[in-house]
Design a protein around this ligand. Structure first.
Ligand SMILES: Cc1cc2nc3c(=O)[nH]c(=O)nc-3n(C[C@H](O)[C@H](O)[C@H](O)COP(=O)(O)OP(=O)(O)OC[C@H]3O[C@@H](n4cnc5c(N)ncnc54)[C@H](O)[C@@H]3O)c2cc1C
Length: 383
């Protein structure tokens, strides 16, 4: 049974305590080793966080409309301690489980959601391929009809959690031509399926405790019962889920910026140069004021976008704005924090260099910021 009540404030407090008392203690170590702390993922399951956006009848906590702002606040708490851990948790519960909850039938929900909600199972979502990143509709992974199901062939790369996942959503073409939005289909696969294998975790600059890797599909048979949503609808379903994911990506960098600001406030009051604390220098103050301004703007706007999502609106442009602004802001805040800490900021001990390495990813993942700019322009121009 969950250890926490659903009420938002108490719930966020619980996750904050978990992040500070358990995750923070290992954050530097898992960054150095690249190990995903599965035990802490399971703890989040026991605390109820992994089921926050999943229906109650499948082990989750959502008995009414989703409270995306509560999810965002929890993600912020987790990301302040370890953005890499937040990224992997997000991929499992958002990219995998929320898609099963949204597009799956009852049998699929019953088969997959309780395991994610409890923390026993880890999920991932595979779209990107070696030759199809921004050009997502250019994927070459194909699924062809076989008796009672489909045969999948292809290769995915850069997939968060692929090296450790129990379950995989794979987007493949079942029709249409590269570049067309029709003809994509989502499939649910389980580790152990014949012909499915995964590569070693990629050696990344940041988000190091979040294992990212390749998925190889060699004549993998997937029964009809594991087609997620309507065949041919995969790309449309994907578009519908991206608004939330982009907003949460922004929230991770808001958390990084907030933590960097906290570190700078403390450090600048105690570091003395020219006979006074560096916080007395106006060039340092400007950086601090700018960080605070941008965190406030990004955070308020993300909450606004999430409330629109919860009210059932499609917010492609707004989610793109949230992600673009918040992710750039997070990287800049981490760079400014390194500058304020000077040589100490460049050393691992003070953590801001880790935040900088982690923040950069969110300008690339979930659609690069360039692609987000194009999406915003497309909405405005009606193109
Ligand atoms: C750590 C990590 C985790 C990830 N997790 C997942 C995951 O869980 N699932 C998944 O499916 N994918 C995942 N991705 C993949 C991610 O979504 C892609 O990396 C991203 O979409 C960009 O694709 P690409 O890397 O191939 O870059 P490219 O598409 O090759 O882009 C290279 C550069 O060209 C620019 N560019 C491309 N096209 C245009 C254009 N039309 N106009 C202007 N500029 C353009 C891009 O903005 C970028 O700057 C992950 C990536 C990383 C690094």
């Amino acid at each position: 049974m969950p250890e926490v009540p659903l009420e938002r404030k108490m719930f966020v407090d619980t996750i904050r305590k978990f992040a500070r008392n358990e995750l923070e203690l290992v954050a530097d170590e898992i960054d150095a080793t690249g190990e995903f702390p599965v035990n802490l993922y399971r703890r989040l399951g026991a605390l109820g966080f992994l089921g926050l956006r999943l229906p109650a009848e499948y082990g989750g906590f959502m008995d009414g409309s989703p409270d995306s702002v509560a999810v965002m606040m929890c993600v912020e708490e987790i990301a302040k301690a370890s953005a890499g851990f937040a990224l992997s948790v997000g991929a499992s519960i958002t990219l995998f489980a929320a898609n099963v909850a949204r597009n799956g039938n009852e049998e699929q929900r019953a088969a997959y959601l309780p395991g994610i909600a409890s923390g026993e199972k880890i999920g991932c979502w595979g779209l990107t391929e070696p030759d199809a990143g921004s050009d997502a509709l250019g994927i070459k992974t194909r699924a062809v009809r076989a008796e009672g199901g489909w045969l999948l062939n292809g290769r995915k790369t850069f997939i968060t959690n692929a090296p450790i996942a129990d379950h995989f959503i794979i987007i493949a073409r079942t029709g249409g031509e590269p570049g067309r939005i029709d003809g994509g289909t989502a499939f649910i696969l389980d580790r152990g399926a014949d012909g499915l294998s995964t590569g070693k975790p990629l050696d990344k600059m940041g988000m190091r405790c979040s294992p990212t890797g390749e998925i190889f599909l060699d004549n993998v048979f997937v029964p009809d019962s594991r087609v997620l949503g309507k065949p041919g609808n995969g790309f449309f379903d994907m578009m519908a889920s991206l608004d939330f994911e982009r907003s949460v990506a922004g929230a991770i960098n808001v958390a990084i910026a907030q933590r960097c600001l906290e570190i700078c406030l403390e450090y600048s009051k105690t570091r003395t140069q020219f006979g006074k604390p560096i916080s007395k220098f106006q060039l340092v103050q400007e950086k601090i004021a700018r960080m605070h301004r941008d965190i406030e703007l990004a955070r308020t706007y993300i909450i606004h976008v999430l409330e629109m999502i919860d009210s059932g609106r499609l917010v492609t442009a707004q989610a793109g704005i949230a992600k673009w602004f918040a992710t750039e802001m997070g990287t800049q805040a981490a760079l400014d924090a390194i500058q304020i800490l000077g040589g100490y900021g460049y050393c691992r001990e003070y953590k801001v260099e880790r935040y900088m390495r982690d923040a950069k990813l969110l300008e690339i993942g979930a659609g690069t910021n360039e692609i987000n700019k194009l999406l915003i322009a497309k909405v405005l121009l009606g193109a």
